[in-house]
Design a protein around this ligand. Structure first.
Ligand code: O7M
Length: 213
């Protein structure tokens, strides 16, 4: 089986539900992304549990956007809990991002998938890409809802920095198009965890992506 490029956005509150969906879908995933809904619903220890149950990398999507000291304090607890990657906002500035990068593998948000991203984030995308090129994080976030923006970001981003794209399924994006545009990984939440058959939903996406890589 080809290595998966699919990341599950496990945005549920309930610990048992989260563990069950993770177990069912794990075969088709590269990693699991944990965001505030799950952390506020089940506590930080869910990171350790998901790792134990699936053996997959865990991405802590806290979208940190604070001063360096606060970012560092939060990130150190999250890495201590077993997270393999952490997601930070770039717009807060280099020092806040660097504070996190000193602690572990980091992913920087350079553009978002929702309509409101056009208001403030899209206009500064070139500067955020520049920041990523200088700091060389593991990856950046770009919108699967706008494949042309993924292509643009890929064209400006240094080789080796991965592109992770949310917005597939519930937000209208297509996994295939995001990957064709240059995404290395596709992040999907509701389309999988909201399905009556999450394993089948994950398998379908895994197969769709495999057709184009
Ligand atoms: O597939 P969905 O729409 O149910 O979930 C998408 C997930 O990706 C959800 O966890 C969002 O918080 C996240 N996300 C976006 O949807 N858009 C973005 O621009 C950025 C993210 C994200 O993962 O940022 C790191």
């Amino acid at each position: 089986m080809r290595e998966s490029r699919l990341i599950l956005a496990l945005d549920v509150y309930d610990r048992e539900k989260a563990l069950e969906i993770a177990e069912r879908t794990a075969d088709y995933l590269w990693a699991i992304k944990v965001n505030w809904p799950l952390i506020t619903g089940s506590g930080l220890k869910i990171i350790t549990e998901l790792k134990q149950v699936t053996g997959l990398p865990i991405i802590a999507d806290l979208k940190l956007a604070d001063i360096p000291n606060t970012n560092r304090m939060i990130a150190s607890k999250v890495f201590e809990a077993g997270a393999d990657y952490i997601i930070v906002h770039g717009f807060v500035g280099r020092d806040s991002v660097e504070a996190v990068m000193g602690l572990g593998k980091t992913i920087i948000v350079v553009e978002m998938s929702h309509p409101g991203a056009k208001e403030f984030i899209q206009p500064v995308v070139d500067k955020l890409i520049e920041l990523a090129n200088e700091l060389k994080p593991f990856g950046v976030i770009a919108p699967a809802t706008r494949p042309e923006r993924v292509s643009y970001i890929r064209s400006k981003l240094q080789e080796g920095i991965k592109i992770l794209t949310p917005g597939v399924g519930a937000q209208g994006g297509k996994a295939k198009n995001a990957v064709k545009a240059g995404a290395d990984y596709v992040i999907v939440g509701r389309f999988i965890y909201g399905s009556d058959t999450p394993r089948e939903a994950a398998r379908g996406l895994y197969e769709e992506i495999s057709e184009v890589v």
